[in-house]
Write a protein that binds this ligand. Structure first.
Ligand code: FEO
Length: 396
């Protein structure tokens, strides 16, 4: 990357695209890559807001130097310490002698633990200000969006919210940086996948951040991943608000685990019956084939969830167990739920799926049914009730 892009007046985007990393956090597929956004404010005092992942750095420091045009860097503001944003802190600290690191007390515990840095620290707390000259920055503590030390920086002058991970998205910035330079259709799926995979577990803390920012005028949202919102920031605010309230769309996701196709046949049958009951958004996934990242994304999107597992060594299928564990870990809420399965000896799929219900406190729309042996017309007919009730519930 060789270019930088002005955001507003003295504020510049100075991010990078990462198309090499295959898995974010070594877990979530980056089919469309990811951007790490960093921002430089060249005012009477100069300030860098967040850095980027070190392996993606390239000529990052040269780009900063070009914008500084011979001046020094006065501050490095650290909104978040996850290494996709803190990766270049040590390099910046070493290169720009005397730069002051700006963060909160939790930030600096991590800074010391990562690099042993204990000097040139400027500790801020909720509501503290930093005067750069024209720009007056205010710090807002937003713990757990996404780590405990996370904060946001609000530029009171141009009403820019440097929001860290919040309002971010997977997907690289392929030329277009701003919301009015891109087709958002490309990003909506990736944004929800990013939200549900990375931030969703902390949805209640996202709501707390919203409460804190209520009434604060925001003209630009400058997150650390994905597009910068300058034309229609309310769009991304509304989406994050909706997702963090677990508000979902009319539709049903069916995820099945099937070794030899019997449980899959049931999934297809239920799908057809849902359609006959007027449901249009129906997504059927094989848990062995679709990555859990995409499953979680779709589950977040739709109101209805139907899980089916064959029995496997008297348990549920291991990959279905992984999915239910991850959904439990993420505190999944507000789903209309159905269960099904099949077995050949003594069962175990549905029995163990029931434990998922206990852990998440989700409620079943109707009693689960399990097929012994191969499904046939008569055995499949027991799922008519599930499809009918599910269709009614998601339309309420
Ligand atoms: Fe983009 Fe929590 O780091």
């Amino acid at each position: 990357m060789y270019y930088t892009v002005p955001v507003v007046g003295k504020v510049h985007w100075i991010g990078v695209n990462d198309r090499r990393k295959r898995l974010f956090e070594n877990m979530w597929p980056l089919d469309r890559g990811v951007s790490y956004n960093s921002y430089l404010i060249v005012d009477d005092k100069t300030a860098l807001v967040d850095t980027i992942e070190d392996r993606a750095a390239g000529n990052y420091i040269e780009r900063i130097e070009k914008l500084l045009n011979g001046r020094t860097l006065d501050y490095l503001i650290i909104n978040h310490m996850e290494p996709d944003h803190s990766g270049e802190i040590k390099a910046i600290f070493d290169h720009f002698k005397g730069v002051k690191l700006v963060g909160n007390s939790k930030t600096f515990k991590m800074v010391e633990a990562y690099w042993g840095i204990k000097e040139n620290l400027h500790v801020v707390d909720d509501g503290d200000m930093l005067d750069l000259g024209h720009h007056k920055l205010k710090f807002v503590m937003t713990p757990w969006v996404h780590w405990p030390e996370t904060m946001m920086t609000y530029d009171t002058t141009d009403q820019i919210l440097f929001s860290g991970d919040a309002f971010g998205s997977f997907g690289t910035l392929d030329g277009g940086i701003f919301d009015d330079e891109i087709n958002f259709d490309f990003f909506e799926e990736e944004m929800r996948r990013y939200y549900s995979n990375i931030v969703g577990k902390y949805s209640n803390m996202v709501q707390k951040a919203f409460a804190k920012l209520k009434g604060v005028p925001v003209k630009v949202i400058a997150a650390t991943h994905g597009p910068v919102w300058r034309s229609n920031p309310s769009k991304v605010l509304d989406l994050y608000d909706k997702w963090s309230r677990y508000e979902a769309e009319e539709g049903v996701v069916i995820v099945f685990a099937s070794m030899y196709g019997n449980t899959e046949e049931i999934a297809d049958y239920i799908g057809r019956k849902l359609c006959e009951n007027g449901v249009k958004n129906i997504r059927i996934h094989d848990v062995s084939r679709t990555h859990i990242s995409h499953l979680i994304n779709e589950i977040w999107k739709y109101k209805g969830l139907i899980l089916g597992s064959c029995a496997y060594n008297s348990q549920m299928f291991p990959l279905m167990e992984q999915l239910t564990r991850e959904l439990t870990h993420m505190g999944i809420k507000n789903k209309q739920l159905g269960l099904f399965g099949s077995y050949s000896w003594n069962g175990g799929g549905v029995k163990n799926l029931m434990k998922f219900i206990e852990e998440t406190e989700l409620e079943l729309v109707t009693e689960p049914c399990e097929v012994y042996g191969k499904p046939n017309e008569e055995k499949l007919a027991q799922y008519d009730v599930l499809a009918k009730v599910m269709a009614e519930k998601i339309k309420q």
